[in-house]
Design a protein around this ligand. Structure first.
Ligand code: 5GP
Length: 203
């Protein structure tokens, strides 16, 4: 059976990747969104098992030891990881999986799966990123500073990705459309085309 494709969506905090991903998913494409585990505390409105699996540090470290994570990273003082159970069963049954993860994790996915499609989403400028991050009003100044300095490092890794998209203010529909085009293009990759006409082999 044809396997699903792993799509990785990365981008600094404030790049708008959750919104873009949610819009993409709402179009009814054949995607499963991988729900990560994290040790960070839930933000207001976040639900366990929906936004993240919120776990203790002990539980996460045990998961790392037991190979329960396909990839994991330590980001701004907390663990984040993709449970194997959120990825492999879907891929095996032909469903595409979208991971919304940071760059260290994305590089681990690339090592394990050379067919994974890596997309980096960027805000139009650094000042716009800072404004978006502050506008959320969910983080302390210390956390904002950590995320901004991390953002600088992350953005510079864009050449390691297959695609990068600019999420320009007020043009989110365009960004979602570009991501849809990228997703559709994968269906024409030779590895994903089981409909090759058999008779060519018989001539
Ligand atoms: P936040 O705390 O803002 O929800 O997430 C912080 C960063 O961790 C974001 O860049 C987010 O995409 C990333 N992240 C979320 N889940 C995972 C995961 O499972 N693995 C990795 N490597 N990064 C993740």
């Amino acid at each position: 059976m044809k396997k699903g494709t792993v799509f990785v969506l990365s981008g600094p905090a404030g790049s708008g990747k959750s919104t873009v991903r949610e819009r993409l998913m709402s179009k009814g494409l054949n995607f499963h969104y991988s729900i990560s585990d994290t040790t960070r505390k839930p933000r207001a409105g976040e639900r366990d098992g929906v936004d993240y699996g919120f776990v203790t540090r002990e539980k996460f470290e045990e998961g790392i030891k037991n190979g329960a994570y396909y990839e994991h990273a330590y980001y701004a003082g907390e663990y984040y990881g993709t449970p194997v159970s959120q990825l492999l069963p879907y891929i095996e049954s032909g469903v595409n999986v979208i991971l919304e993860i940071e760059v260290d994790g994305a590089m681990q996915v690339r090592e394990k799966d050379r067919d994974a499609v890596l997309v980096m989403l960027l805000p139009p400028s650094y000042s716009e990123l800072e404004a978006r991050l502050r506008g959320r009003g969910t983080e302390s100044e210390d956390k904002i500073q950590k995320r901004l300095s991390r953002a600088r490092d992350e953005v510079l890794l864009y050449p390691k990705y297959d695609y990068f998209l600019l999420n320009e203010s007020g043009r989110i529909d365009e960004c979602v459309r570009q991501l849809e085009v990228i997703a559709e293009a994968q269906t024409y990759r030779t590895k994903n085309t089981p409909d090759f006409p058999e008779e060519f082999f018989k001539i």
